[in-house]
Each structure stands twice: as structure tokens, then as C-alpha cells.
Ligand binder design. Structure first.
Ligand code: UFG
Length: 342
């Protein structure tokens, strides 16, 4: 029986794309997801793309008993990719305890399982949010972390610290944290993508929903930042490119190419785009007449951030490939598919 990769949160946005890339690379996948922010039908669409239906277990990983039972049943897990987490920045300010309980307990239960059942490797979803507003741009892996702006961001920083400390005393177990910049876009098939519940918080789903007629107009939060056009700058990484970074990280661990048993890498494109540039690129690529207006800044937003990808490119051996235009076209294709538009 071949070894399996456990993908937690595997029916979610980044998780589902990663399952596809893992299966395309020959890995056997088991997904654990409680479906609190994703749909079971995602499994059908993964199967349509890859021809393989991943194994699936529905439960909440913050439950230690259920997590232990899982490892007891699945005895062939070689590595874990841990996506499952609450991820809404604003909501985390309103419900800090839920965020700490869920995001931290899930990691603790998985690390406990790794130690008890001899699962050697973990790749963890971290975020560039751990850098806050850096003093110097672009951010390298040597850029100091700053105090988190939100409970959500703090869970990412705390989880990184937990893995670092865990790895220190468990020398035969290995973790890689991937610090994602802003993931956008969808699979080129249009079969999987981001499916936010309710009004989207993130820029690209708000844009595509507005273009599809679900929202009246896009609000651009602030045009008085210290940037060339006054709107905030981010590093938008294609979700399929990001998914591939996980496969590279898993291979690095399995093939024992790591430099130490706890590592972290930035995963971005290395290029910053302003909100206005992104909106104009979307209009250009899709030909949709998107309505937008400038409003005040959104609380808690940072002004600008983008990655220095040198270390990831050289040491991890991964590089983003897709252009912003291709990525926006894929996001629009997905939205049209979901809404039954042509
Ligand atoms: N924006 C708008 N209008 C919108 C939505 C967003 O102008 O309707 C702007 C934001 O103000 C920001 C940019 O678009 O300047 C990107 O905003 P997103 O909400 O898409 O992304 P964030 O950079 O705020 O947050 C993302 C992830 C977090 C992660 C963070 C790290 O959602 O999970 O990056 O910086 F922690």
C-alpha cells in the first residue's frame, strides 16, 4: 500500500488546488475537512480534473479524540499538509477565542498525532501577515516578524512558534511553514476555485462577484497611501502556483533536502500590484465594465507588501509561473462557471 499525504482543509480554496497538484504528481491523498467553509461537491470536481477521488473524512481537527482516532485508522500517512483553519481577519477580531481554540488546537492535535504515530513531515499554511507592515521592502525570510494585527494573524505566528519548538526537541520530525502572500485565481478548468460564504472580504472574489452582477459595485479601500497611485499594494500569487509550492515542499521533506527540521519560506511572485492596477488589469483582461468607487481605508490594512522570492527560488527550487492577467482570467472563468454565465 502506497504512503498517503493527509491534506487538512482539502476541500477548501488552496487545499483543493493542492490536492489536484499532489494527485497529478502521483501522491495518494486523504482529505480531512469539517466542511465548515467548503462544499462536499469539491470532491466531484477534483475527481473530474484528476480522474481520482481522494479519500475523505469529515471531522473537526480541534477535537483531540477524533484526530487520534483518525491516525489510528490511517496508518500509512507519510506527511501532512495542514490548511484547515479559520481565516477571516475581521471575524477573528470579533471572535478571538474561537480563532485561538480552533487554529491552535488543530495544530497541537496534529503534532501530537505525528509524534505518537510516527508521521515524519508537515507543511503548514502560514501567511505574510506575520511580517505586519515591514520597515523594508521586499520582505525576505530574514525580515523580522512584527506583532500581529489580528487574532487570526497571531494564530499564524503562534503556530509557527509551536512548530519551531516542537522540531527542536523532535529531531526526526520535520515542519515547513509556507508564508503565503495573497492567493488569487482558480484552476484553469474552471471546476475549482474560491467560494466565499456571504459577502467576500477579499479583493478578487469581490471583483468577480461584482462583475457577475451579484454586487452593486466594488469599494476600493483608500487612495491616500504612500504608493504611486495611492492604493494599497500586495503580492498576488496564483493559487495553482501556490499549490505547486506545497508539492515541492513535500518532496523536499520526503527526499531529505532540508537544511534544518524547521524551515519557512515566502511564497509570492516578487511583484507588487496596487488595488487600482489589479482592477484595471481585470477590466482589460475580461472586457467587463466593472463599477468601482474609492472609499476610506479599511481598518487594519497595511499599506504595501511584496515578497523577495530569492530564497524560495534558490533553496526551495520553486518559482511562480502564471502572469497576473492569466490569473485574473482564471478567477473570472471560475466565477462565470459557478453562476452559470458565459
Ligand atoms: N480591498 C479593497 N476592496 C475590497 C476588498 C479588498 O479595496 O472589497 C483591498 C484591501 O483594502 C487591500 C487589498 O484589496 O488593500 C487586498 O485585500 P484582501 O482582503 O484581498 O487581502 P489582505 O491583504 O487584506 O489579506 C490577505 C488574506 C489574509 C492574510 C493577509 C496577509 O486574506 O488571510 O492577506 O497580508 F493574512
Amino acid at each position: 500500500m502506497s504512503k498517503q499525504i493527509l491534506v487538512t482543509g482539502g476541500t477548501g480554496y488552496i487545499g483543493s488546488h493542492t490536492v489536484v497538484e499532489l494527485q497529478n504528481s502521483g501522491f495518494d491523498v486523504v482529505i480531512v475537512d469539517d466542511l465548515s467553509n467548503s462544499q462536499i461537491e469539491v470532491l466531484d470536481n477534483i475527481e473530474k480534473i484528476t480522474g481520482i477521488r481522494p479519500a475523505f473524512e469529515k471531522f473537526d481537527l480541534s477535537d483531540s479524540v477524533l484526530t487520534d482516532q483518525f491516525f489510528n485508522k490511517y496508518t500509512n500517512i507519510e506527511a501532512i499538509i495542514h490548511f484547515a483553519a479559520f481565516k477571516a481577519v475581521g471575524e477573528s477580531v470579533q471572535k478571538p477565542l474561537e480563532y485561538y481554540r480552533n487554529n491552535i488546537n488543530s495544530l497541537l492535535n496534529l503534532l501530537t498525532g505525528m509524534k505518537k504515530y510516527g508521521v515524519k513531515h508537515m507543511v503548514f499554511s502560514s501567511s505574510c501577515t506575520v511580517y505586519g507592515q515591514p520597515d523594508k521592502l521586499p520582505v525576505t525570510e530574514a525580515t523580522p516578524r512584527k506583532e500581529a494585527e489580528s487574532p487570526y494573524g497571531n494564530t499564524k505566528a503562534i503556530c509557527e512558534d509551536i512548530m519551531r519548538d516542537f522540531c527542536k526537541t523532535n529531531e526526526d520530525l520535520n515542519c515547513i511553514a509556507l508564508r503565503y502572500f495573497n492567493p488569487i485565481g482558480a484552476h484553469e478548468s474552471g471546476l475549482i476555485g474560491e467560494f466565499p460564504v456571504g459577502v467576500p472580504n477579499n479583493l478578487v472574489p469581490f471583483i468577480t462577484q461584482t462583475a457577475a452582477g451579484l454586487r452593486e459595485e466594488l469599494s476600493i479601500f483608500g487612495d491616500d497611501y504612500d504608493t504611486p497611485d495611492g492604493t494599497a499594494i500586495r503580492d498576488y500569487i496564483n493559487v495553482v502556483d501556490l499549490a505547486k509550492a506545497h508539492v515541492v515542499a513535500i518532496n523536499r521533506l520526503i527526499e531529505d533536502k532540508k537544511k534544518s527540521n524547521y524551515e519557512f519560506f515566502n511564497v509570492g511572485t516578487g511583484e507588487g500590484y496596487s488595488v487600482m492596477q489589479l482592477v484595471k488589469a481585470f477590466i482589460e483582461v475580461t472586457g467587463v465594465d466593472l463599477k468601482y468607487k474609492i472609499v476610506g481605508r479599511r481598518g487594519g490594512d497595511i499599506e504595501k507588501i511584496w515578497a523577495d522570492t530569492t530564497y524560495g527560488n534558490t533553496e526551495l527550487g520553486w518559482k511562480s509561473e502564471k502572469t497576473l492577467e492569466e490569473t485574473l482570467a482564471s478567477a473570472w472563468k471560475w466565477e462565470k462557471n459557478v453562476r452559470g454565465l458565459n
